[in-house]
Design a binder for this molecule. Structure first.
Ligand SMILES: [Mg+2]
Length: 176
């Protein structure tokens, strides 16, 4: 349980932050299939799309923990294969019958360009100050741009790894 200030809005990049591979690097893309027994999701060539375990845990916690009731959770992505991304959000499970899409209770933004634009959209959609947001992304440029706005930013160069979610919460709580 973090002490101090908690974020009101959680924002996750998709490609190579919560899942791999990046959509544009898939061998085949749609249609995607899900193995009913294992829950594994594959593109038409059989290439698997997987959630980083720590991302799955973080999304599950945000969706189920009392602590985060009322928090907003969304994505900010520059992915061009938005249909594929939506399908993967629907197909990928985080446990307890929840899929990734249901964890993003505040939806998200797909657009190109600087992620400052994504955050302008999110701020006006949700009326949340940048100082009350936290952002996870695997690309340094995105982190640098969004940090300038006052958002707590967590650089996840190898996808979200164990401890980075909690560390981000600590960093956020210790600000101001
Ligand atoms: Mg990314």
């Amino acid at each position: 349980m973090p002490r101090g200030k908690s974020p009101k809005l959680f924002v996750f990049d998709l490609d190579d932050t919560i899942w791999r591979p990046e959509m544009y690097l898939l061998n085949g893309g749609a249609p995607f299939t899900k193995d009913k027994k294992t829950g594994r999701v594959r593109d038409r060539t059989g290439e698997e799309v997987t959630l980083y375990p720590a991302a799955r845990e973080a999304l599950h916690e945000l969706a189920t923990s009392k602590e985060w009731q009322g928090s907003l959770v969304c994505y900010a992505s520059r992915c061009h294969e938005t249909d594929w991304a939506h399908t993967c959000m629907d197909l990928l499970d985080v446990g307890d019958g929840l899929n990734v899409a249901s964890c993003f209770n505040a939806g998200g933004v797909f657009q190109s360009g600087s992620k400052q634009g994504h955050f302008q959209v999110l701020a006006s959609q949700h009326g949340v100050d940048f100082e009350d947001m936290i952002f996870f992304d695997n690309e340094r440029w995105n982190i640098t741009e969004v940090a300038k706005m006052g958002v707590t930013c967590v650089y996840t160069p190898n996808g979200l790894k164990k401890g980075q979610f909690e560390k981000g919460l600590q960093d956020h709580a210790s600000r101001k």
